[in-house]
Ligand binder design. Structure first.
Ligand SMILES: C[S@@+](CC[C@H](N)C(=O)[O-])C[C@H]1O[C@@H](n2cnc3c(N)ncnc32)[C@H](O)[C@@H]1O
Length: 295
């Protein structure tokens, strides 16, 4: 697109950006799945359009200054292989706007769907009073859970202070400071003997060797958010080991392990994992009941 004339309307600009992104052979794995989705994210952001304004907004005229703003974003997306959410500073998770910086993983977990349903049918949402989100990053899971479970208090923990700063900013923007608390904790280490109805986590689970081979876009994210030792299972093992001591009776543990699902099944052959299916796609998420983990 840079250097080309045209782009008279939003629709034309979207088509041009999508074609440019497709030609650049980028990786689309950070909340957008296609060049067209990604073009929409960049164009709507640069033109300060709300996504709800589509499709009427497609007919709007684009000024030269707006076109240049879009081009600058597209150039960075291509030259730096930067996920578009870092360029726009915002993404959507379970229908909620979440601010992101390069200090946090770009939210994209299938757990969004489960948060929206208040973890039903796996637990009665009406009786959930406490949730722990381990490795909260931007705070997306904690915030989505709090919105779906208005009577629950949520502890959002992370070991990375810079991630916690982003999470606190998001918690404040969502006016959830009274119920969602961002805490520094190495897995459970900072939580004393607290117990929860729901423990949920999207921890780092990429084995170091697989991490090195990931497309460049993933290397723009904090390594601490993706890479984990012990074949990807170092943090998962600690979450499993302590869950029995931190779940209330009747509580549940829900953990995303992505492509490490096979490794999890092999390492803990006797744990009765339920592997959750999602309507909107994605997988590699297991569920265990407190009774399966009792200490
Ligand atoms: C895959 S990211 C998930 C971020 C966010 N929950 C999401 O779904 O987008 C994993 C997060 O776990 C954090 N983390 C890594 N090791 C940790 C540990 N030992 N204790 C707590 N958090 C940890 C990272 O800093 C990162 O924010």
């Amino acid at each position: 697109m840079p250097g080309r004339a045209g782009a008279g309307t939003v629709a034309e600009l979207l088509r041009e950006v999508a074609a440019t992104l497709a030609r650049a052979r980028l990786h689309f794995g950070h909340g957008t799945a296609t060049p067209r989705d990604e073009a929409a994210a960049l164009v709507f952001h640069a033109l300060r359009l709300r996504h709800e304004a589509a499709p009427a907004a497609y007919r709007h005229a684009v000024t030269p200054a707006q076109r240049e703003r879009v081009r600058a974003l597209v150039r960075r997306r291509i030259d730096e292989r930067m996920p578009s959410a870092y360029l726009t500073g915002v993404t959507w998770f379970a229908g909620h706007a979440i601010r992101v910086t390069a200090d946090v993983l770009v939210p994209r977990s299938p757990l969004a769907e489960l948060c929206e349903r208040g973890f039903e049918p796996w637990i009665d949402a009406g009786r959930v009073r406490s949730v722990l989100d381990i490795g909260t990053g931007s705070g997306c899971i904690a915030i989505a859970a709090a919105h779906a479970l208005p009577r629950a208090r949520v502890d959002a923990v992370d070991v990375a202070p810079r991630a916690l700063a982003v999470a606190r900013d998001n918690i404040r923007r969502h006016r959830l400071q009274r119920r969602v608390h961002a805490l520094r904790s190495d897995v459970y280490a900072g939580l004393g003997a607290r117990r929860y109805d729901v423990i949920v986590s999207n921890p780092p689970y990429v084995p170091p060797r697989a991490y090195r081979r990931l497309p460049q876009e993933y290397h723009a994210e904090p390594a601490l958010a993706l890479r984990a030792g012990a074949g990807g299972l170092a943090i998962v093992a600690r979450i499993l080991a302590g869950a029995g001591r931190h779940l209330r009776p009747g509580g549940i543990l829900v953990v995303e392990v992505g492509d490490s699902e096979g490794a999890v099944r092999r390492r803990w052959p006797r744990l009765p994992f339920t592997w959750i299916e999602f309507e909107r796609g994605g997988g590699g998420v297991f569920l265990l009941a407190a009774a399966d983990l009792a200490h």
